[in-house]
Design a protein around this ligand. Structure first.
Ligand code: PLP
Length: 431
């Protein structure tokens, strides 16, 4: 049989660098041929060979309702008929902004953009503009999009400035980016002690989904909040992945439950708020947000920002996830998946740990859940890769890299979870 995925991959490689428009899609970490997707429905998608897969990436998070939810499709179709893009304001942008602010009480204003990268980059510029300070803190293993200042890995030693992780980023561009170890309170305190008056913002993924799935501990998060307040820095939550995914009120609602009065100063959003369309946002308190053009001196703009079709898709998605019981059911399905995987790994005698929150999960070929990037990277990569390919052969599509989170949608039923666990039993037994 001809492998249409391989034919398409070869053709793609001739005209698109690496054959893909975002690196992880190329399967470089796990090897093998990427699947070219032809269509999707509910919890599944189909590749160019006509093979069906249970989809646990959901476009890396946005597809929280599953693919082709009828209410979302209808909203998008209606929006398309009224026009694709105007470059002038629309009522739907207000509706989406109002909806986001209603769901995230830490926000008073939001600005809509088209990608998480744009949102994170703009949030940093705004934080620097609003505070008049140059430096930002980020954590190793957190991803905030590919803006130059954020493509940084840790330098050697405590509280030193980082090195670019990408060619094309001059060291001077990241000289104000301080990279610290996630969940390390001592490093955090040392960084503020040394650079406090210079720090504009601390940016963090509250549940880090770009090093698989690692929670910021409550004491660590409490210290982040205290030190930002004490030193006049803005605490910026990157909830591009966790927002409207781990809970209706995002990860910040989970910390607010555990730390009295807790809220971030700014929030960066994407993925679920676009429901699969290019849409992202950043928001915060009025005094900070009013520093943005056209009101204030911090410039930010976008030809397609607040796009009418994307906002229709996002609004329809946000309306469905607010229905009673939505997150309880999604969380229960996701928990059933990770607990089932853990039970199958135990049965097979394979060291394994797993965690989930709402519709987001992670699993590791490690006996204990990791707390930082170095621990995540110590997991058994060859074993993960064998597991990944074994599952793929059995029609289950997990993220093709061990440092990526997974996602369950509302369209995943007990039947898909059960089928996944049966496949996992066979694959784990052979590991
Ligand atoms: C996906 C992601 C981004 C980047 O969003 P894009 O839309 O891919 O630019 C930023 N931050 C986090 C936490 C993400 O998961």
């Amino acid at each position: 049989m001809t492998d249409r995925n391989q034919l398409l991959f070869d053709r793609a490689k001739a005209v698109i660098p690496g054959g893909v428009n975002s690196p992880v899609r190329a399967f470089k970490a796990v090897g093998g041929t990427p699947r070219f997707i032809t269509r999707a429905e509910g919890p599944c998608f189909w590749d160019a060979n006509g093979r069906r897969y249970i989809d646990y990436i959901g476009s890396w998070g946005p597809m929280i309702l599953g693919h082709g939810h009828p209410e979302v499709v209808e909203a998008v179709q209606a929006a398309v008929r009224d026009g694709f893009s105007f470059g002038a304001p629309t009522e739907r942008e207000i509706e989406l902004a109002e909806e986001i602010i209603r769901l995230l009480p830490s926000l008073e204003m939001v600005r809509l953009v088209s990608s998480g990268t744009e949102a994170g980059m703009s949030a940093i510029r705004l934080a620097r503009g609003a505070t008049g300070r140059p430096k930002i803190i980020k954590f190793e293993g957190c991803y905030h999009g590919h803006a130059d200042a954020l493509l940084v890995k840790a330098g050697s030693g405590l509280a030193t400035f980082g090195h670019p992780t990408s060619a094309g980023v001059p060291p001077e561009v990241v000289q104000h980016t301080l990279v610290l170890e996630y969940n390390n309170v001592e490093q955090l305190e040392a960084a503020f002690a040394e650079h406090g008056p210079q720090i504009a913002a601390l940016m963090i993924e509250p549940i880090a989904g770009n090093m698989n799935f690692v929670r910021a501990s409550v004491p660590f998060m409490r210290r982040c909040r205290e030190l930002c307040t004490q030193h006049g820095a803005l605490l910026v939550f990157d909830e591009v992945m966790t927002g409207f995914r781990v809970a209706l009120g995002g990860a910040q609602s989970l910390y607010a439950r555990l730390i009295p009065g807790f809220e971030p100063d700014m929030t960066v959003m994407g993925k679920v708020i676009g429901g699969g369309m290019p849409l992202a946002a950043f928001g915060g308190k009025r005094a900070v947000m009013e520093q943005l053009a056209p009101l204030g001196p911090v410039y930010q703009a976008g030809t397609l920002s607040g796009n009418p079709v994307a906002t229709a898709c996002g609004l329809a998605t946000l309306r469905v996830i607010q229905r009673p019981g939505f997150f309880e059911q999604l969380a229960a399905r996701t928990r059933a998946l990770v607990e089932g995987l853990k039970a199958e790994a135990d049965r097979a005698g394979v060291p394994f740990s797993a965690d989930s929150e709402g519709g987001m999960f992670g699993f590791f070929f490690l006996p204990e859940l990791p707390q930082n990037y170095a621990q995540v990277m110590a997991s058994d990569a060859p074993r993960f890769n064998r597991f990944f390919h074994g599952m793929l052969e059995r029609g289950v599509y997990f993220a093709p890299a061990l440092y990526e989170a997974g996602f369950v949608s509302a369209a995943h039923s007990d039947a898909e979870i059960e089928a996944t666990l049966q496949a996992a039993r066979a694959v784990l037994a052979a590991l």
